[in-house]
Design a protein around this ligand. Structure first.
Ligand SMILES: N[C@@H](CCC[C@H](N)C(=O)O)C(=O)O
Length: 281
């Protein structure tokens, strides 16, 4: 195996490695993903963005979790990969479409450097079948669901990927670490699920703690921020523009009249990493 060249970026503390197949002749498999994402004994990341992959003249990215599973969508991943495409000279336009497993997404760069982007995240879907969530009919909104030790007020949201938003009076990292593994792997969710603990601060602000499918506790999530804002909006608790505060920073979420969701947030370039050949020995 030869050395690997990676890019590393973060979006409000959600960090990703970029694996560009055009710059590497190594095959990215599940074992390698796990090795690279490991903190302390690997490079460390909340996931790997593999691309660009060109399909039918569309620019595609594949999103991998640190456990090697593949996700349909990632909000921070979309912004981060867009910044990479700009940095590497693949995209020069102010607006372009990026395809993930969940479909096409319109990305707008808000500055020349690609430090901040506004992303059309599509619509939140609450239908049990679309999450998928077993044992429920119709929409899963404000349901009392049993996890681990108690019943919780939960709303299930597909943002392209599955999310379960739990409304609490107060949220903190410890609660997310405690409840996360139970929710992620609960019997209701055959594809597992991402969890957001959500506290309403006021009609314009929510505080959210994240526990991601295949990744565990993360400092932030773009789809998670949209899901938490969408659940709060659907429950009538927030207005059409919401700042989602997370451990790693804030994302700004807007709802259009028809429910279409836009996410605005930053991306930071950390650097280029060369992984030594010996690392894989
Ligand atoms: N960090 C993400 C979500 C990444 C995928 C997620 N773990 C899943 O399996 O669906 C984001 O910013 O949206």
């Amino acid at each position: 195996m030869s050395e690997i060249i990676l890019g590393k970026y973060h979006g409000v503390g959600n960090d990703y490695l970029i694996f560009d197949p055009k710059k590497n002749d190594v095959v990215l498999n599940e074992r390698l993903i796990r090795q690279l994402c490991r903190r302390n004994i690997g490079v460390g990341a909340d996931g790997i963005l593999y691309g660009p992959v060109m399909e039918d003249k569309k620019i595609k990215v594949r999103i991998f979790n640190p456990d090697g599973s593949e996700a349909e969508k990632s909000g921070n991943g979309i912004r981060i990969f867009s910044r990479y495409l700009k940095d590497a000279g693949y995209v020069k336009e102010r607006q372009y479409y990026l395809t993930t497993k969940a479909g096409e997404t319109l990305v707008t760069f808000l500055d020349d450097a690609g430090n901040c982007m506004r992303v059309d995240m599509g619509y939140a879907v609450f239908e049990a079948e679309q999450i998928p969530a077993l044992g429920f009919e119709g929409e899963v909104v404000g349901e009392s669901i049993f996890f681990c030790d108690n019943f919780y007020n939960a709303t299930c949201v597909s943002m392209g990927n599955p999310n379960c938003v739990i409304m609490l009076e107060r949220v903190d990292r410890e609660k997310a670490l405690h409840l996360g593994p139970y929710v992620e792997n609960a019997k209701y969710f055959p594809n597992r699920i991402n969890m957001q603990l959500c506290q309403i601060v006021d009609e314009k602000n929510i505080q959210v703690e994240i526990y991601e499918r295949g990744a565990g506790y993360t400092f932030a999530s773009g789809t998670g921020a949209c899901a938490a804002a969408a659940a709060s909006h659907r429950l009538g608790l927030v207005e059409d523009a919401v700042t989602v505060h997370m451990h790693g920073g804030d994302l700004f979420i807007e709802f259009e009249k028809d429910g279409r969701i836009f996410m605005t947030g930053p991306v930071v370039y950390i650097g280029k990493i060369t992984v030594a050949e010996q690392f894989f020995a």
